[in-house]
Design a protein around this ligand. Structure first.
Ligand code: 5GP
Ligand code: ZN
Length: 110
């Protein structure tokens, strides 16, 4: 979508600190981190929010959910992490391209 900042990150027009990428999703660091680890996982295809997800997105959303703990573990969050999907203005959504926040504090090495 032309004016979507996350589409521009997905196509490389706007730079981001990318930590994971495959053919259908991209994960990058949030520009204003709210936790020591704060990542955003987005589908490369644009849809505005969870409320705009269609049946064709079902498998993609499932694969994204399965990717979350893998990415979290790679960032030291094997002990646990928070996920957040803000949906709509009432849900605090500011960027209208679906994204999953992954938040946490890396556990100390023992
Ligand atoms: P929302 O409130 O829509 O769920 O969250 C949007 C998130 O995107 C915010 O945490 C904000 O810091 C992040 N963000 C907004 N613009 C950019 C950007 O250009 N680059 C990156 N990496 N993150 C962004
Ligand atoms: Zn978009």
């Amino acid at each position: 979508m032309a004016d979507c900042i996350f589409c521009k990150i997905a196509d490389g027009t706007i730079p981001a600190d990318v930590v994971y990428e495959d053919s259908e999703m991209l994960c990058f660091k949030d520009i204003r981190p709210a936790a020591p680890v704060h990542l955003l996982l987005i589908p490369k295809t644009h849809f505005d929010s969870l409320a705009h997800a269609a049946p064709e997105h079902e498998a993609l959303l499932g694969r994204m959910m399965l990717k979350v703990p893998q990415i979290a573990a790679e960032h030291g969050l094997a002990n646990g992490f928070k996920t957040q999907i803000n949906t709509g203005k009432g849900g605090g959504q500011e960027v209208f391209h679906l994204h999953v926040h992954i938040l946490g504090t890396p556990s100390k090495a023992v």
